[in-house]
Design a protein. Sequence first.
Length: 394
Amino acid sequence: MNRFTARVTDLPNSGIGYMMRYASKYPDAVSLGQGTPLFPTPQFIYEAVMAEAKRNPLVGMYSDTKAEIEDNLKARIAKQMTEDYGFTPEPERLGITVGGVGALFAAIMSLVEKGDEVVYFDPSYALHISQIHLAEASPVFVPYDEASGWSVSIEKLRKAMTKRTKMIILTNPNNPTGTVLSESEVRELVSIVLEYDVMLLLDEAYYFLTYGKKLFSPMRIPEIRNNVILCRSFSKEFAMTGWRVGYAYAAPEFTQKIQSVQIYFSVCPPTPSIVAATAALSDPRGKETTEWLKQKFTESKVAICERLDRLPKLFSYHPPDGAYYIFAKYLGFDLPAMDFTKLLVDEAKVVTIPGSGMGPSGAGHIRMSFAADQSLIHEAFDHLDAFAKKRNLL
């Protein structure tokens, strides 16, 4: 007897968790895999949580036990959005969620169902594909153009739109390609959203991190704000991946549904994490942390590009405009991406992520994260240099 639902049968596999587990048998493996800042959460955030826990017994309870805990964070988010997007959101348009992923999944579950189509720029964040699958909808892949540096094609987007299109998902800056849309591309995208009256699910977890290319968010266009669900996280810009707290912005009726869905799979975000996020946004050391992380990521981007340039027989790549990933095509191996990443772990002791889980265009590619000190980048590429030399690809 088949005990499982269609939702979880043949669930798309991002490969991230698998590769991290696969590499765990090698204690000396160097990880360019999981997309997490390899820096500790700032100490002042821990101190703020401890101080609040000593003062306020509600820190150990559900976050909705007393509204002021979530309201304090919403006020700080509103200030951040004013700085980032040029307008101040009403509190009823904000919802605190279990990480940015919780916001994304609750939004998809609220708005997408069997028979619907969801546009997915290919390649993008692998979990979006799995979330679409769980909602029993169909992803429609709109490929980025690798030849022109993983640029977006608005013409291909328009051709992908049908009467069944319910949602477009945009991760900007993109994970894994580092694509950052130009203002003209964003305005064309917005015009399509409004023309077809669909929802734009906007994942801006890496909003803070671009390299010489200014990010123009769809949130800067007032006309789109009733057709957009913005999802953001504290994980990347404050090194808080384990705290699992993020937020969604949407029209009030959508925010209510997102919060309702969240109740049924997690009740609410962790209250200590809400306190931590409030500290990150309210303490001046929060911005200092983000600026410090940007500097470290920029240094590591320079380092990884320099090292990749020395391996032209093994990899080809385009430098990213944002986020902290390189999406490299591997050369000289007729292997599926999963098999190639396993080979790198076994022979080079370097962890990367197969691109095939991130959309059809990811076949033949791997994702490398450089969200670490550049010393780790050099250590990993010393291993890769030895691997390439052994294979006569140096």
